[in-house]
Design a protein around this ligand. Sequence first.
Ligand code: MG
Length: 236
Amino acid sequence: MRRAGQVVREVLELVRSRVKPGATTLDLEKAAETRLAELGVKAAFKGYHGFPCVLCASVNSEVVHGIPSPKRVLKEGDIVSLDFGAVVDGYYGDAAITVPVGEIGPDAARLLAVTERSLHAGIAAVRPGATLGDVGAAVQGVVEAEGFSVVREFVGHGIGVHMHEDPQVPNFGQAGRGMKLRTGMVIAIEPMVNAGKPDVQVLGDGWTAVAKDGSMSAHFEHTVAVTATGARVLTE
Ligand code: MG
């Protein structure tokens, strides 16, 4: 799973380097697809319940599952969430980053910083004997202290020989509640954070989830193993 995670990181960093005003989200897809082909690695998302691409690219108020398109041109001040997964020898890795396009405004910059910080708070709560509620509460605490909202309809997940395995890993919850983490478990922690209200809706393409109130949304994700000494991040 570490090897899958390393591929995911390499491809995400490559795609990040291609984000600039004037690029399309399909340009980002093509960069990811080309590098995967060079590495001889299988994409996790393409074909998953019919998803047409290797990369999810979600711009501004799009929360997750945006479909790369030649019509979607990035412009200065946008933010774009990039979610990517790969399979190596049958094992999955899954991670996401949200990237500024050129110079972004202070509100967008704060949303990105807080969302990434909330992911790290969730990771810091991971250890044997901690609960999923501890992880969710850690994420939620960081987000809500800044006046932002945690999306409820989409959650993190167990990951291993499938991309999505039990248990669900919500980005909200109560400390001490829920399943206890044990050494050897691997979970994807992935806060999706809206600058406004938490509600989302799925567009007519059947995939793209957007913030209902049109506010900006950010997404950061890591695949994380539970070890005797705490979290080991497999996608860094
Ligand atoms: Mg995921």
